[in-house]
Design a protein around this ligand. Sequence first.
Ligand code: GUN
Ligand code: ZN
Length: 429
Amino acid sequence: MSTTSMQAWRAQLLRFDDEGRPLYDSDGLLVTAEGTDGVRRVVDAGEYGAVAARHAGLAVEHLPGRLIAPGFVDMHVHYPQLDVIGSPADGLLPWLENYTFPAEARFADPAHAAEVARFFFDELARHGVTTALAFATSHPASAEAFFTEADRRRLRMMGGKVLQDRHSPDGVRDQTEQSLLDTEALIKRWHGKGRLGYAITPRFAPSCSDAQMHGAAELARRHPTTWIQSHVAENKDEVRWVRELYPASRSYLDVYRQFGLLRPRAVYAHCIHLDEADRRLMHETGTAAAVSPTSNLFLGSGFFDYVNAERHAMLHGLASDVGGGTSFSPFHTMLAAYYVGREGQSKSGLSLAPSKLWWQHTGGAARALGLAGVIGTLQGGTEADFVVLNPQATPLLARKSAQAGNLEELLFAFIVLGDDRLVERTVTA
Ligand code: GUN
Ligand code: ZN
């Protein structure tokens, strides 16, 4: 490892172990080096004195009072819904019809897609989000704009063109055969290029014909390292609609199983109205849930059942789900998840520990995405995507964090009071 490519930062340091336990150094050192592939990775980290002694002569950037932590991972977001945030509706289906589909129809225009993609990645960086699994729209140009911009910024990002060949208005509805050809062309062009990954994206069961679902599953089999992303069991009217469309299926989730769309790296947003058999199926197939609390509260969809998700060891992590979600801020999402855990569907509810919420938006989300050991923990060998947080960012944050007696209290102060002002810098590998 040439020392010229090495870079180190001294600050408070938060990392995670493989089980999601937080590792904290009040005076820490993060040492990174660029690999032959041009990606910067963690080579050493821990208590300043001990780590510094192993790297004599290393140039260190000192960030007094700051906290370095893994970059946040957003498991489910719609980049073209940037302008849809805060659109009121009675629920999911009228919200899609009245706001979302008209906004997405504009992405037939590559110039519009490129402009929004730039704004989107700027916004993720401002909020400390370094990886996302994102929906584009049904227009191939929207996926092209997403990947082109992510590639230019050399980010670890996953995304895909939406598949929706039925029950969708003109302007967003695609053609079955062409949609699958477009998807495969995008996989060949972008999957595995730099740090990019392709996600096969059937919007949700009501919007995809059987032929399109079969085609999506066939592509997923032919390209086993791609992601699959969709929505399931978000809203009661939606669940009822799926029951009408597939009366022979045991459940909404089972529709995806029948088509062959459950597997590791398959990520389903919401997962609210599931039953025990569904949760077992999620676990057995290695399928992950993207928990989207600000969206579910905003659209009145319901509460994710943390108690039963954990009982079934169901893979799950946090997501903004912008534009159903109301914020790109991981702090807002973690706080909403805390409220949801409290309320929950189980009788007593639970108080999710701050470090656990944080894990679910970093290393835990990475693991649910099949990216354990790659991002999300700042362990040795992982990619050096991290945030520098400034606890002095606002008077109240400074006051509250100064009184924190332990790590959990400090992280909770950030979760409750934090927003983009807390994120001083976002560094990507
Ligand atoms: N179900 C199908 N499409 C969407 C979408 O764009 N947002 C949300 N929240 N749910 C969906
Ligand atoms: Zn969504």
